[in-house]
Design a protein. Structure first.
Length: 330
């Protein structure tokens, strides 16, 4: 289980994206007591982006201090797009936040509030939150996967986030399983993100429809007759309704994830594998299928002992992840 941390009082978890700042007041059991969401100013001056974060934190600080059982804030944890340096708290050059280049986010926030501030990426934060409070509670070695628009991963070893030498470790979404595969946004070919993320699921379903598999599918009706309008969300809903094309698309996605997870198990052999994100939710019916495939995808003879679990935290994983980072470093 994740190591000792102070459980009294609140910490603030902040989840920064290209268009929003979501922040929450989180207690020692990983419960969000109050949260807010404001627009993020990602273009222009660095100070404008910083002001958006400060505005969100201010509303939570006031809420904490002004309540009936007012309690001071003991720390702030921030999940920010990377690349970033989790040791120094410097945001380096995130594509979705052009306002920040080599920006000392942790120091800037700490100067305002006078409390410890930690910065990490959202997948690392979510992994630690799941290990501390969620589906991975009680396990020391956790491999966390978030499958949505992209695939993010976080590694918790012996109760701590594994960052690697420079803080850049844990990019499991960009582990390739096919060097001749589709080109990923990162520039490599065959990354699991390019094969099993939400957009990849949508493209695979679109290809099936374009090849003529329309008569037995409701996908086209759900997309108002436009193949290009089929999304992963539509695929998930159609599969749940028994659509064969959607079901086959998700089954193929599960097979690709099995190959990738076989590599992960052979490399890390975690105690538990946790899946979060929107696409992971629709893959829930295929978890057993992935588990059944794993023995043929890795050499670890005890891979069947590793549970594949759904994450506790959904859309709030960035907020609780930030809080977990802050509390774990107290």
């Amino acid at each position: 289980m994740v190591g000792a941390a102070t459980h009294e009082g609140f910490v603030i978890g902040v989840d920064i994206g290209g268009t929003k700042v979501a922040a929450g007041l989180v207690d020692g059991q990983g419960e969000i007591r109050y949260q807010t969401r404001l627009p993020m100013v990602s273009e222009g001056e660095a100070a404008a982006g910083l002001a958006a974060v400060i505005s969100a934190v201010n509303s939570l600080s006031a809420r904490s201090a002004g309540g009936k059982n007012g309690s001071p804030i003991h720390g702030i944890g921030i999940c920010s797009p990377g690349p970033l340096d989790p040791v120094t708290g410097v945001v380096i050059n995130p594509p979705n936040l052009p306002c920040w280049r080599n920006f000392p986010l942790a120091d800037e926030i700490a100067q305002v509030y006078g409390v410890p501030v930690k910065v990490d990426n959202d997948a690392n934060g979510a992994a630690l939150a799941e290990a501390q409070w969620g589906a991975g509670r009680g396990h020391r070695n956790v491999f966390y996967i978030s499958i949505g628009t992209g695939i993010g991963t976080g590694i918790v070893l012996d109760g701590r986030i594994y960052h690697g030498r420079s803080g850049a470790a844990g990019e499991g979404g960009h582990v390739s399983i096919d060097y001749r595969g589709p080109l990923c946004r990162c520039g490599k070919r065959g990354c699991i993100e390019a094969l099993a993320s939400g957009p990849a699921v949508a493209r695979r379903a679109q290809s099936r429809l374009a090849a003529g598999e329309t008569s037995k599918s409701i996908l086209l009706d759900m997309a108002h007759g436009r193949i290009e309008a089929v999304t992963s969300e539509i695929v998930g809903k159609a599969s749940a309704a028994g659509d064969p094309v959607a079901w086959e698309t998700l089954q193929e996605t599960a097979a690709l994830l099995s190959v990738w997870l076989g590599n992960i198990v052979d490399l890390l052999e975690p105690d538990v594998i946790i899946l979060g994100g929107g696409v992971a939710a629709m893959l829930g019916p295929f978890f057993d299928d992935i588990g059944d495939r794993l023995p043929s995808c890795c050499i670890n003879s005890r891979c069947h002992e590793i549970p594949l679990l759904r994450a506790r935290y959904g859309v709030d994983s960035g907020i609780v992840g930030g809080a977990s980072i802050a509390r774990h470093n107290q």
